[in-house]
Design a protein around this ligand. Structure first.
Ligand code: ASP
Length: 310
């Protein structure tokens, strides 16, 4: 079989904030490192994991080292990835104290009979896999997070619920989840995502990111998708799988993406952003939030990164 030109797309979250110069350069670095793997002949899943590790380790996004805190001051992270060759998938939810949740998700896929591990046992599994540790949030970080979020918090259902629960803590607004999709030289696709979660989260809240079919999906025969945006809406529409299903039925990446984002908005007033990649290498990046930090590269020129795609 002739080698195909690899393709890789990454995102650094959909929301309202403008991308910083540091974030733009980190997204370019993630594209470059992920693409280098694909050019060496590595499978798409490896390119996706490599790119996401760059973003998780940077501290510039709401994933891995930069993850936001939940209302009790805990830093609980979610990640997943899926291999389009054989529909294998791995995920972790509410994992703590590690730098690279995406690698924990890969170990779940490769070394267990399961798809998703959650909470303290997932953290223990990550430790067993010797994933690099990260220190718990400092008292100063917890204080700063609460101060930033307090204004927003009073209007939120989570805040008033938390007041009635023991041990009220802190909260933080967030977007800047990270993700990637890729197509390798053999035509295999993969998708992944990693996050510290959304703003104003009750302790224990898990979003779409570790849920296969909601936050990510990949199937060599139909395409690959990585989502970002408020997980509560993305889960209810099972957005990633619906976009892939529409491509399987013949829609282009852009058409599938636009239809499902419109459905999310019309049915439940949800907003989101997505990376969408078809088996033939065509792709789309789109969002219904004001901005989405993302980029793509097919190996020519420099990686393209922007914070608006229409
Ligand atoms: N989807 C993530 C979540 O709900 C947040 C985000 O993408 O900004 O946990």
């Amino acid at each position: 079989m002739n080698a195909r030109t690899p393709v890789i797309l990454v995102h650094g979250g959909a929301g309202v904030g403008m991308m910083t110069a540091a974030q733009a350069s980190c997204l370019r670095e993630a594209l470059a490192q992920g693409y280098a793997e694909l050019r060496r002949g590595a499978p798409a899943i490896r390119g996706v994991e490599t790119a996401i590790r760059v973003l998780e380790g940077s501290g510039l996004f709401n994933a891995g080292v930069g993850s936001v805190l939940q209302l009790d001051g805990g830093r609980r992270m979610d990640a997943s990835l899926m291999d389009g060759r054989d529909l294998r998938a791995g995920a972790v939810a509410a994992v703590e104290g590690i730098r690279y949740p995406i690698t924990a998700a890969r170990h779940v896929m490769d070394e267990t009979d399961h798809v998703l591990l959650a909470g303290k046992p997932a953290t223990r599994f990550a430790r067993y896999c010797r994933i690099e540790r990260q220190a718990p949030p400092t008292a100063a970080a917890r204080k700063a997070a609460l101060a930033d979020a307090r204004t927003l918090a009073f209007a939120s259902k989570s805040w008033s619920l938390l007041q009635k629960m023991p041990r009220a803590g802190r909260l933080q607004a967030a977007c800047e989840t990270v993700g990637a999709v890729a197509l390798d030289q053999a035509g295999n696709s993969a998708a992944g995502a990693s996050t510290g979660g959304a703003g104003l989260m009750l302790p224990g809240r898990v979003g779409d990111t570790p849920q296969i079919g909601s936050g990510v999906y990949a199937d060599n025969e139909a395409g690959a998708v990585s989502m970002t945006g408020r997980g509560e809406g993305i889960i209810r529409v099972a957005v990633a799988k619906e976009i892939v299903d529409r491509m399987e039925a013949g829609a282009t990446p852009n058409r599938a993406l636009q239809c499902v984002l419109r459905k999310l908005a019309d049915r439940i007033h949800g907003t989101a952003g997505a990376l969408v990649l078809a088996p033939n290498g065509r792709f789309a990046i789109g969002h219904t939030t004001p901005r989405m930090a993302a980029g793509h590269w097919t190996g020519n020129g420099r990686p393209i990164v922007a914070d608006r795609f229409r």
